[in-house]
Design a protein. Structure first.
Length: 230
């Protein structure tokens, strides 16, 4: 797996890259809900997701990216404080990097809330911190071997998940905690694990109608306004 930043710069040259990202991360995972051999054939990827289901039923693990439907209930609004004003929004279709599981909750970074450049920074930092894991990941996934970043999982499981996010933010001069969210597994619908080969599309993904009360541009503008609070 090559550097996410390098891959990002390459994909920027593709005219319809945003449409490809939407088709891969939303249409095929959420709308068409492709799984197993059908997913491999249509998305042209490996199937780590099926392997994970056999191991632990597909329950979220730190170090993986997930997308899912999260029908909001009272109290599920994201509340952001900007000075004396309060901003609220709802994200029906998060796409998140899991940093920790805690009973019926799983926590992590919802990439939808981060501007494109900041998503690249997060993926690049994670890749660079665990280069030894990513070095042979394509060989493992193409041979139907489950590729789990045990080093990261062990750190996250020892209550250091939040500390890792803070460290990543400092190294990237970013505010990844802006997108830190917690989700109740009992409310999650259609949990899908995003294949490693599809991570390349994350910086270009616009969930479009997934937000309510604010749109993605407004949320990203809010990120930059709050950017100094790190």
């Amino acid at each position: 797996m090559e550097s996410p930043l390098k891959k990002y710069k390459t994909l920027l040259e593709i005219n319809n890259i945003n449409d490809l990202a939407y088709d891969t991360l939303f249409t095929k995972y959420i709308i068409e809900n492709l799984k197993g051999e059908e997913k491999v054939r249509q998305i042209d990827s490996t199937d780590q997701e099926s392997l994970m289901r056999r191991v632990n039923g597909g329950y979220p693990l730190p170090g993986f990216v997930y997308t899912f439907i999260y029908p909001p209930q009272p109290g599920d609004e994201v509340v952001m404080q900007l000075g004396n004003s309060e901003k609220r929004y709802i994200d029906y279709i998060p796409i998140m990097f899991c940093t920790r599981t805690d009973g019926h909750l799983f926590k992590g970074i919802n990439f939808n809330a981060l501007p494109n450049q900041e998503r690249v920074k997060f993926l690049e930092i994670y890749w660079s911190e665990y280069k030894s894991f990513f070095k042979d990941i394509e060989k493992e996934t193409e041979n139907d071997k489950l590729a789990i970043n045990n080093k990261y999982i062990n750190l996250a499981s020892s209550n250091q998940g939040q500390g890792i996010v803070d460290l990543f933010s400092r190294k990237a001069s970013a505010n990844f905690n802006f997108a830190f969210r917690s989700y109740n597994m009992q409310k999650v619908k259609q949990l899908r694990m995003v294949e490693y080969s599809e991570w390349d599309y994350i910086p270009f993904y616009d969930p479009k109608n997934a937000f309510k009360k604010m749109n993605q541009k407004q949320i990203h503008d809010l990120y930059w306004k709050m950017r100094g609070n790190i």
